[in-house]
Design a protein around this ligand. Structure first.
Ligand code: ASP
Ligand code: MG
Length: 415
């Protein structure tokens, strides 16, 4: 069971999480719970660091950020003990989560869950601080923002859990962000592949890496509300998803930035140089477009998107490379957004892309870049056009609660 920041934001909510954990235990389950930092704690810790330094040392950043989830776990253990059960809180390191050494973005290498298993065998409820581990060189590391999801999935895999329940402030995964599309529909089942595409194109419910981990280790995820006791969304292997709707969801992001290198000499190895440098700087490059010059000796243009937060680093990284290659200029557009449609069914249906472009054209929205995968079509557009684009696509593909793909409400189905 993993509880997100908003589910443990204050004493009342933490106690509610504690009761939920205890209820699962009393149902006869052995329970490992992963907790996030309370509310905006992690943001506040980032703010504290910013007060001290413009470029805080990553190792010290991890020492700082890892404290938020420890607070949640210790407090929750106290509440559980008061409810008459035995709970033990563990840091990521104590829980045996071993990572690589890349501070603030560490990857889990191994989970040595012996201590957890022993505690479970002794009848204890185990609480693990999310989003952190210990590196191969014995330093505290964190797994990147939203990383508690990955902690939960990794532990579920390590203890061979029946299910990894992700408790959050929404009741599941939706066909679009309900704040933008009021009739967005809660999805009952989503495949790992679809969820990966959704998480990578802006759906915030689950951290991308946690979905990758779940797919690789075949961990069933149940994403559900911590405030009401109803079934949420199951994220499972494709063989378990019974139907394949053409389109499952519309996702979006409003924090993209575009960088264009204008006048890149058309020579072998130029792209390799550019993107190797960005990879070494840990910049997450998303869409890439290069136009090939028509005549010999002419120059190419290379454009790509990065999360807006990576823009400064990307630019600084590229400046020396651009000078070395003889690039004419680097242009940056910081206010870009992206809208995507995801659906396993589009694999076997032609015409989906055409319809997407048609819908956006009718909305008078200019598409700046396009990328596709077998089950996703993404368009980069101006950030302020994103809500309109999401609503239009959601409506055009009839994904809403009133649309043709709607299913019976949960209560009906149970009967
Ligand atoms: N507390 C961390 C964050 O805010 C990790 C998490 O909640 O998953 O990103
Ligand atoms: Mg989260």
């Amino acid at each position: 069971m993993k509880f997100g920041g908003s589910s443990v934001a204050d004493a009342e909510r933490l106690k509610r999480a504690a009761r939920r954990i205890v209820a699962a235990r009393e149902d006869g389950n052995r329970v490992v719970a992963v907790l996030s930092a309370r509310g905006k704690t992690t943001d506040e810790l980032v703010g504290l660091a910013a007060e001290m330094s413009d470029a805080p040392d990553p190792r010290e950043m991890d020492m700082l950020l890892s404290t938020g989830e420890r607070i949640s776990c210790a407090l929750c253990a106290m509440a559980i003990n008061d409810l008459g059960h035995r709970a033990i809180s563990l840091t990521g390191s104590q829980a045996g989560i071993v990572t690589d050494t890349s501070h603030t973005k560490a990857r889990i290498l191994d989970v040595r869950a012996d201590r957890i298993k022993t505690a479970l065998d002794e009848g204890q409820i185990v609480l693990v601080a999310g989003f952190q581990g210990v590196s191969t060189s014995h330093d505290v590391t964190t797994l990147g923002r939203g990383g508690s999801d990955t902690t939960a999935v990794a532990l579920a895999a390590a203890v061979d859990a029946d299910v990894c329940e992700i408790y959050t402030d929404v009741s599941g995964v939706f066909s679009a962000d309900p704040r933008i599309v009021p009739d967005a529909r809660k999805l009952d089942v989503v495949s790992f592949e679809e969820m990966l595409e959704m998480a990578s194109s802006g759906a915030k419910v689950l951290q991308l890496r946690s979905v990758e981990y779940a797919r690789n280790h075949d961990v069933r995820i149940h994403c559900r509300s911590s405030f009401e006791d109803v079934t949420g969304t199951f994220v499972v292997g494709e063989q378990e998803t019974m139907e394949h709707p053409l389109i499952t969801a519309v996702t979006h992001s409003t924090d993209e930035a575009r960088l264009s290198l204008v006048g890149v000499p058309d020579e072998i190895g130029a792209a390799a140089k550019i993107f190797t440098a960005l990879a070494d700087a840990n910049c997450n490059v998303d869409m890439i477009i290069q136009n090939e010059p028509l005549e010999e000796g002419r120059k190419a243009e290379v454009s790509f998107t990065v999360p807006r937060g990576d823009l400064r680093v990307a630019r600084e990284t590229l400046e020396p490379i651009a000078a070395e290659l003889g690039v004419d200029s680097i242009d940056a557009v910081p206010e870009m957004g992206k809208v995507s449609i995801v659906g396993a069914g589009m694999k076997s249906h032609p015409g989906v892309a055409a319809k997407v472009f048609q819908v956006l054209a009718e909305e008078r929205i200019n598409i700046e870049m396009i990328s596709t995968s077998p089950i996703k079509i993404s368009c980069v557009i101006a950030a302020d056009k994103v809500p309109d684009a999401v609503r239009a696509l959601h409506g055009a593909f009839e994904l809403g609660a009133g649309g043709i793909q709607a299913e019976a409400p949960i209560g009906e189905q149970a009967r």
